[in-house]
Design a protein around this ligand. Structure first.
Ligand code: CO
Ligand code: ZN
Length: 330
């Protein structure tokens, strides 16, 4: 079940560069459904499901395992931790949050009084309950990373919220795709990539080694359906979105159109996405070696990069059907 797979993946600790727990979780979910699994030097988990046709294509799907977080830069004498952002963090959104480190140490992220300045990362500190630097260092070291504490709740019948939805919802989709693909003609390579949030680093080296004929990134996109927000023109629950363009890539027209055709054939409503900012693993795949025809499937997501990123499970179900049809048609 898509919802159970998603829930399992959302619980795993995994800021950029420390994705190994997520990789282990993915391995446990899909080992029985793939022909090979390996982890490369950057921590990417690369799995292959071999196609029956030796002249078939090699299709790479990429979903990033990492999510945004906070790295400890300094520990003060009174035991408070100072942090910097790992990936795109808005300091305002981070104030007064429950955070957790890899070893389970929990903390409150809070902002000091501002004295007229705009809130910046330097104003934030983590209170882990320590009363001195020595006490703090028994729990957390400089360089350790915290993330928004895992949380999962349902909104109405179709929607779910969690801090790590970007991009564990795509990891869940890719896991389910590998589970449901039954004896495909084309070879499918699933890349569970690392360090997307700090500059699309994992997918870059993975695409180089995988050498795909076609690339598809799966990621969340922004939303245009809450008060005073109209761009991008994407709504939750109206189907997965096929990316036309964002700040990192222009989707290869042939791949983009094949995705729209797959949606139509699968009876899935699909939205067209034009995002005036942002980027995905798709850019790294498309620009790999001599270039790879690449598209991106987006799951509409509200409040991206907050502790309560919201998606609609109908868009996930539609995405799965679209991708299954895409692999069949390729
Ligand atoms: Co992101
Ligand atoms: Zn993402």
């Amino acid at each position: 079940m898509l919802r159970d797979t998603l829930k399992t993946l959302l619980a795993a600790y995994g800021p950029s560069g420390k994705e190994n727990t997520v990789a282990e979780t993915v391995k446990n979910l899909i080992s029985a459904h793939v022909d090979s699994m390996r982890v490369d030097a950057l921590g990417n988990l690369i799995v292959e499901k071999l196609g029956s046709d030796e002249n078939g294509k090699r299709i790479m799907f990429s979903a990033h395992m990492d999510h945004i977080g906070f790295v400890v830069t300094h520990i003060e004498d009174n035991g408070y931790l100072r942090v910097n952002n790992v990936g795109g963090i808005n300091p305002q959104i981070s104030n007064a949050r429950h955070v957790v480190f890899e070893n389970g140490t929990e903390g409150v992220l809070y902002c000091q009084p501002l004295k007229g300045e705009a809130m910046m990362m330097k104003h934030l500190f983590i209170d882990i309950g320590a009363e001195s630097r020595e006490e703090a260092e028994k729990l957390v070291q400089l360089g350790d990373m915290a993330v928004y504490a895992p949380d999962y709740f349902e909104l109405g019948e179709h929607r779910v919220a969690s801090p790590a939805m970007d991009d564990r919802c795509a990891c869940a989709l890719l896991c389910e795709l590998l589970m449901y693909l039954d004896d495909p003609r084309n070879t499918v390579v699933g890349v569970f990539s690392t360090q997307e949030e700090v500059g699309i680093r994992g997918a870059k080296v993975a695409a180089y080694s995988v050498q795909p004929d076609i690339g598809i990134a799966i990621d969340v996109t922004a939303w245009g359906d809450t008060p005073d927000v109209t761009l991008p023109s994407v709504q939750l629950g109206k189907g997965p979105a096929v990316k036309f363009m964002d700040a990192s890539m222009v989707a290869t027209p042939a791949v983009r159109d094949a995705m729209l055709k797959a949606a139509e054939e699968a009876g899935v409503p699909a939205q067209r996405e034009v995002l005036p900012f942002g980027g995905t693993d798709g850019a790294a795949i498309q620009h790999s070696r001599a270039g790879v025809p690449t598209g991106t499937l987006s799951i509409p997501c509200r409040y991206v990069h907050s502790p309560a990123e919201v998606i609609d499970m109908r868009d996930m179900e539609g995405g799965l059907k679209l991708l299954l049809k895409f692999v069949e048609n390729a």
